[in-house]
Design a protein around this ligand. Structure first.
Ligand code: KG4
Ligand code: ZN
Length: 367
C-alpha cells in the first residue's frame, strides 16, 4: 500500500504526483502563472476554470511519467485545505471520482502539513544521477529528535514544532500578511511582474541590502509571532518619498529590492533566534515557496551558526541544528508530492477516509 496518486489544487498550480513511500516517481505541475499575471494575483474563479481544464491531462501525464496505470495505484490523496475554496473543489471532486471508479482508499491531506514534510521527499535514484544529500528516513510514530519546521509561503508564515509526524505545535505565525505575499506586493510596487518573489531575489543579488533601513516589527512582543504588513507600509512610504524626489534608477531598484528582502528575512531570523534561545533543535526543516530563496537559506544557516557559536562560547554543549530543505526547489512551492508524503504516513497510521461522502473543502484548515 505504498504507491499513491496525489492531487493539489489549493491555489494556482494544478499538481499531480505519484509517490512510492517517500520516493517521487513523478511530479507534474501545470502552472497558471501566465493566466493570473494579468490580475497581479490569483483570481479564484479563473483558477477554478484552469484547474478544471488541466486536471485530467495532468493526471494522465503523472501516470505516464511514473510508467504506471491507475490499477497499479494503491490510494488516492488530495488536498482538503487550506486554500481557495473554488480551486480546492476541483481536486476533491476529481479525487472522489477516481476513488469511486477504481475502488481505492481516499486520503484527505492538509496542505500546510505537506509543506512541513516536504524535506522528506526522496529523489528516485533510478531516474537521475545526483549529488549525495542526507536522506531523512521516517516512519509514522518514530521519534525523530527535536525538529522545528519553518514554513514561508505566499499564504502562510509559521514556526511549527514537530513532536512526531502527525503531531504538530504552532510556536508562532504571522498575524497579518505572509512573507511571500509581502515580497509579491512590494515587488508589484516596483513593477517587477508576477509573482514578484523570485524576481525580487534576482534583483536583490545586484543591490545593497543596507542602503535602505526598515524598522523590524514585533521585536519586543515576547512571542514568536511575525508581521509583514507594517514592513510593506514602510516600503510604500519610503518609495513614495524617493519617487517624489527623483526617478528611480536601476541601481535604486536593485538596492530597494535587496533592502526589503533583507528586512523580511531578518524579521524571520530574529524570531528564529528567539526560539533557539529557548529550545534546542537537532534539525530545522524549511518549506514553502519562499524556501526556494537562496538568501533566506543562507540567513537561516547563519542564524543557526551564530546561536551555536554563542552557546559553545558560554561552555554549553549543544549540537548544531542541521537545515533541511526539499531536494528540488520545485518541491518548495505548491506541489502534490508533499501531499503524497503526508498521505503515506496517514496510510501507515490507518487514517483513511472511511466515508468519502463527508469529505468537503476546508479553506481555512489549520495544521
Ligand atoms: O508555497 P507557494 O507556492 O504557495 C503558497 O502556498 O502560498 O508560495 C508562493 C510564494 C509567492 O509569494 C512567491 O513569490 C514566493 O513563494 N516565491 C519566492 C521565491 N520563489 C517563490 N519568494 C522569494 N524568492 C523566491 N525564489
Ligand atoms: Zn502552499
Amino acid at each position: 500500500m505504498n504507491t499513491i496518486l496525489s492531487i493539489d489544487t489549493s491555489c494556482d498550480e494544478t499538481s499531480v504526483a505519484i509517490t512510492s513511500g517517500l520516493t517521487v516517481l513523478s511530479n507534474v505541475i501545470a502552472s497558471q502563472v501566465e493566466l493570473h499575471k494579468e490580475y497581479g494575483g490569483v483570481f479564484p474563479t479563473v483558477a477554478k476554470q484552469a484547474h478544471k481544464e488541466n486536471i485530467d491531462k495532468t493526471i494522465r501525464l503523472a501516470l505516464k511519467r511514473a510508467k504506471l496505470t491507475i490499477d497499479q495505484i494503491d490510494a488516492i490523496a488530495v488536498t482538503q485545505g487550506p486554500g481557495l475554496a473554488p480551486a480546492l473543489e476541483i481536486g476533491i471532486n476529481k479525487a472522489k471520482q477516481l476513488t469511486q471508479e477504481n475502488n481505492k482508499p481516499l486520503i484527505a491531506v492538509n496542505h500546510i502539513e505537506g509543506h512541513v514534510l516536504s524535506p522528506l521527499a526522496q529523489r528516485n535514484s533510478k531516474t537521475k544521477s545526483h549529488k549525495k544529500r542526507p536522506v531523512i528516513t521516517a516512519e509514522a510514530g518514530m521519534t525523530l529528535g527535536k525538529i522545528l519546521s519553518i514554513i514561508v509561503s505566499g499564504g502562510h508564515t509559521q514556526f511549527v514544532k514537530i513532536n512526531k509526524i502527525g503531531d504538530y505545535q504552532i510556536l508562532g505565525h504571522t498575524i497579518d500578511d505572509a512573507a511571500g505575499e509581502a515580497l509579491d506586493k512590494v515587488g508589484r510596487m516596483l513593477d517587477l511582474g508576477y509573482p514578484a518573489g523570485p524576481i525580487l531575489e534576482e534583483f536583490a543579488r545586484l543591490g545593497n541590502p543596507k542602503r535602505f533601513d526598515f524598522a523590524l516589527p514585533m521585536t519586543g512582543s515576547g512571542d514568536y509571532n511575525l508581521s509583514f504588513s507594517g514592513l510593506k507600509t514602510q516600503a510604500r512610504n519610503l518609495l513614495e518619498k524617493l519617487e517624489a524626489k527623483t526617478t528611480l534608477s536601476k541601481q535604486d531598484i536593485y538596492d530597494f529590492s535587496a533592502s526589503f528582502q533583507y528586512a523580511t528575512f531578518r524579521h524571520i531570523c530574529h524570531k528564529l533566534n528567539k526560539i533557539l534561545q529557548e529550545e534546542n533543535f537537532s534539525q530545522i526543516w524549511l518549506g514553502g515557496g519562499v524556501a526556494a530563496n537562496t538568501e533566506l537559506r543562507r540567513m537561516i544557516r547563519e542564524t543557526i551558526s551564530q546561536h551555536y557559536n554563542d552557546q559553545t562560547r558560554k561552555g554549553l554543549n549543544i549540537s548544531k541544528a542541521k537545515l533541511m530543505t526539499p531536494y528540488d526547489k520545485k518541491l518548495c512551492g505548491d506541489n502534490a508530492v508533499m501531499i503524497g508524503i503526508v498521505a503515506y504516513f496517514k496510510l501507515q497510521r490507518n487514517e483513511v477516509m472511511a466515508d468519502m461522502e463527508t469529505l468537503d473543502r476546508k479553506p481555512r484548515w489549520e495544521i
